[in-house]
Design a protein around this ligand. Structure first.
Ligand SMILES: NC(=O)c1ccc[n+]([C@@H]2O[C@H](COP(=O)([O-])OP(=O)(O)OC[C@H]3O[C@@H](n4cnc5c(N)ncnc54)[C@H](O)[C@@H]3O)[C@@H](O)[C@H]2O)c1
Length: 246
């Protein structure tokens, strides 16, 4: 991936940071996008320590103008976009679906679905100008099955899979390769914030008897972004210790 340029949304934490660090080790130019300046700048610092060029763009992926900004700043700094990890997302407060407030439901849709769409819209437009690119969208196990108490989250992640498959059909001939990942529960900061009892129960429900680690997801993302996966297109890759098999 020498001399390629990647944009990573949600790059300040969890899967986004892990992928940034792995790509940094390969010399990739990286734009870290996050709503959190502190976390995003820390990822950039860690990437630069590994010797790559990296910039931070503070952006809320649910705002069209912010998405245009992170795309424009990447083009200004690096000239093109080769790789896009369209990953930023939020979960939800964990109540049954009809108890979810309208505001919370709409916010989850804004970030997890509209934010993913805006990213695809403006990044693919740039990739088409330079001969193509590779995209990984972050869906979830919750994009394959329902997750009681995370209705909005599950709905948006199903939608991310729908967008991924549709765009695969639309742009494959123009050298845009796109896939989605469907991670099960992983020990990222998002999940570590849950009560300990809930974490234990989640681990027991997984066929492998444990939660995933962010680096296990990042390895798959980097594979999907690389030439090694050159004929994988429009796929949804589960990374879940077997959870989707049940
Ligand atoms: N952790 C899991 O078990 C798990 C499982 C399946 C899918 N996912 C998905 O993986 C992705 C990354 O999650 P994670 O577990 O690494 O979480 P995380 O909370 O560690 O990281 C998410 C990052 O996204 C950023 N972010 C949130 N809203 C944003 C917005 N509106 N604009 C820009 N940045 C924003 C946060 O600041 C944070 O840095 C999400 O889409 C999540 O739904 C996570």
């Amino acid at each position: 991936m020498q001399k390629k340029t990647a944009i990573i949304t949600g790059g300040g934490s969890g899967f986004g940071r892990e992928v940034a660090l792995k790509l940094a080790k390969k010399g990739t130019n990286i734009t870290v996008v996050d709503i959190s300046r502190e976390n995003g700048e820390e990822t950039v610092r860690l990437c630069k320590e590994l010797g790559c060029n990296a910039i931070f763009v503070q952006a809320d992926v649910s705002k069209v103008e912010d998405v245009k900004k992170y795309v424009a700043k990447t083009i200004d700094s690096f000239g093109k976009i080769d790789l896009f990890f369209n990953n930023a997302g939020v979960s939800g407060s964990g109540v049954r679906t009809i108890e979810c407030s309208v505001e919370e439901f709409n916010n989850i849709v804004d970030v997890n679905l509209n934010g993913v769409f805006y990213g695809l819209k403006f990044v693919i437009s740039e990739m088409l100008k330079t001969g193509g690119g590779v995209i990984v969208n972050t869906a979830s196990l919750g994009g394959l099955v329902g997750i009681p108490t995370l209705g909005a989250y599950s709905a948006t992640k199903h939608a991310v899979i729908g967008l991924t498959k549709t765009i695969a059909g639309e742009y494959g001939r123009e050298n845009i390769r796109i896939n989605a990942i469907a991670p099960g529960t992983n020990e990222t900061p998002m999940v570590k914030a849950y009560p300990k009892k809930a974490i234990k129960q989640m681990a027991e429900a997984v066929p492998m008897g444990r939660l995933g680690q962010p680096h296990e997801v990042a390895d798959v993302v980097c594979f999907l972004l690389s030439e090694q996966s050159s004929y994988i297109h429009g796929a949804v890759i589960s990374i879940d210790g077997g959870a989707a098999a049940l």
